[in-house]
Design a protein around this ligand. Structure first.
Ligand SMILES: Cc1cc2nc3c(=O)[nH]c(=O)nc-3n(C[C@H](O)[C@H](O)[C@H](O)COP(=O)(O)O)c2cc1C
Length: 151
């Protein structure tokens, strides 16, 4: 059984809902177990043994949200020590930009080094059905790739 870990940080609940939608989408893929964790509750032990990592976070003040940055700061050296290499995908929720958060996360993750499994998705504006659908599709596509072993 393969597995996908979804880690999210959310202040208003938007990223939490997007992460939930990604989990639902990913859950349609048989043969892949989906694990969902808040960034504050996740650590390097959660990264060990999974086959992919989907991060869901907002851009805050022109940067990756603090909770997600904290998760990456806490796991960086422990992941290197364990020689973990995980394909990752990133979903950024933003008011009107999101590019700095995406750039910052991509730069940090390249240092683990984790390879990108998909183009980063930036969702701008109010959370709506289309955004939830996009999150579900990202989760589904990532889980399908994990199931097929293409990363
Ligand atoms: C303190 C704060 C700073 C923000 N800074 C930015 C920003 O720099 N760029 C942007 O596009 N959106 C910004 N936003 C909007 C959030 O990225 C957006 O509302 C997102 O959906 C929040 O998701 P969350 O509440 O689930 O964390 C900011 C929101 C807050 C509360």
């Amino acid at each position: 059984m393969k597995s996908l870990l979804i880690v999210y940080h959310s202040q208003s609940g938007s990223c939490a809902r997007l992460a939930g939608a990604a989990r639902e989408g990913a859950g349609t893929e048989p043969g892949v177990e989906i694990l969902l964790k808040r960034a504050w509750d996740a650590g390097v032990a959660d990264l060990q043994g999974v086959d992919g990592l989907l991060l869901v976070a907002a851009e805050n003040s022109g940067a990756l949200s603090g909770g997600m940055k904290d998760f990456l700061d806490r796991t960086f050296y422990p992941a290197i020590d364990r020689a973990l290499v995980l394909p990752y995908a990133l979903l950024v929720s933003a008011g009107n930009d999101g590019r700095n958060a995406a750039r910052q996360a991509g730069r940090i993750l390249s240092g683990y080094p984790f390879p990108a499994a998909a183009e980063t998705v930036i969702l701008r504006g109010e959370l709506d059905a289309a955004q939830l659908q996009a999150a579900a599709e990202l989760g589904m596509a990532f889980a399908a790739g994990i199931a097929m072993g293409i990363f």
